[in-house]
Design a protein around this ligand. Structure first.
Ligand SMILES: NC(=O)C1=CN([C@@H]2O[C@H](COP(=O)(O)OP(=O)(O)OC[C@H]3O[C@@H](n4cnc5c(N)ncnc54)[C@H](OP(=O)(O)O)[C@@H]3O)[C@@H](O)[C@H]2O)C=CC1
Ligand SMILES: O=C(O)C1=N[C@H](C(=O)O)C[C@H](O)C1
Length: 238
């Protein structure tokens, strides 16, 4: 498969290695310094573009990729206020877009476990729930996209919680997410239920970026030739 990379930072470089190992070709690399690459024949020849850039630049990259007729797989976080516009483009203009706040298979198993535990804990109001995410000091957004997905899984299932909040819970209905930035941590997410007498915690701790990158390449393989708005639930069968 012919892959274009948009963003050649920590994730772009890890994805390149995994894509080459899986027998794919990297036909184009767009980084912040060569935006004209979107109009190149090499970029337009890609079966799919994999986009990992920044919260501020991702949406514009999607538009440029769509204009070039190339489907997008993206993992960039912190831009989801505009996701409705992307879904509309997929539905009305036949564009193809795959999004995941976290491409790791392990994290997606963790998402399922989180929802299952939340359903149980809905019946035990003596437990209060909170979350912690820990990432490297270069991360631009907080809370992480993964933490927001986990929070949504809790809010859907625990009736006594209505909104997630960053750091402080002002109301009993708030679900606080603590965001820690430390060294070069690839990503740790922990959900904790606390009562007067005990704690119940579930945790995912990424050893490196390899799981995220492999998931993104597998998602690109899944996306090529498809239409519409896609996500991990379309690709994984639990
Ligand atoms: N969904 C998932 O599974 C995962 C998601 N992420 C998310 O992916 C994003 C990227 O992470 P990561 O690779 O670690 O970050 P990096 O900062 O290492 O890489 C981002 C790269 O994008 C480049 N860039 C900035 N603006 C543009 C632009 N307009 N066009 C093209 N390239 C641009 C940057 O260039 P320069 O440095 O020169 O500014 C940099 O090389 C983040 O939002 C992160 O949260 C990360 C891991 C997993
Ligand atoms: O910025 C990162 O590094 C990561 N970002 C994603 C997120 O915001 O959830 C996924 C992973 O945790 C690494």
């Amino acid at each position: 498969m012919k892959i274009a990379l948009i963003g050649y930072g920590k994730m772009g470089k890890t994805i390149e290695q995994i894509a080459l190992n899986r027998g794919h070709q990297i036909v184009s690399i767009v980084d912040i310094n060569n935006p004209e690459e979107f109009q190149s024949d090499n970029f337009k020849s890609a079966d799919v573009a994999i986009e990992f850039t920044t919260p501020a630049t991702a949406f514009d990259n999607y538009m440029k990729s769509f204009a070039a007729g190339v489907p997008v797989v993206s993992g960039t976080t912190g831009w989801l206020d505009r996701i409705g516009e992307i879904k509309e483009k997929c539905a009305k203009e036949g564009k193809t877009f795959f999004y995941a706040s976290n491409f790791s298979i392990g994290v997606n198993i963790f998402f399922a476990l989180n929802k299952y535990l939340a359903k149980i804990m809905n019946n035990f109001p003596v437990y209060n729930v909170s979350m912690t995410e820990t990432h490297h000091i270069h991360k631009l957004d907080a809370p992480s996209g993964t933490a927001i997905t986990l929070a949504e899984g809790i809010l859907e299932n625990v009736d006594r919680k209505e909104h997630w909040t960053l750091e402080t819970a002002e109301q009993p209905t708030d679900l606080p997410i603590h965001a820690i930035r430390e060294g070069e941590v690839p990503g740790i997410h922990e959900v904790t239920y606390e009562s007067d007498v005990d704690y119940i915690s579930i945790k995912h701790d990424a050893k490196s970026r390899a799981g995220f990158a492999l998931g993104a390449v597998v998602a690109a393989e899944f996306t090529a030739g498809k239409k519409g708005f896609l996500g991990m639930d379309d690709m994984l069968k639990f």
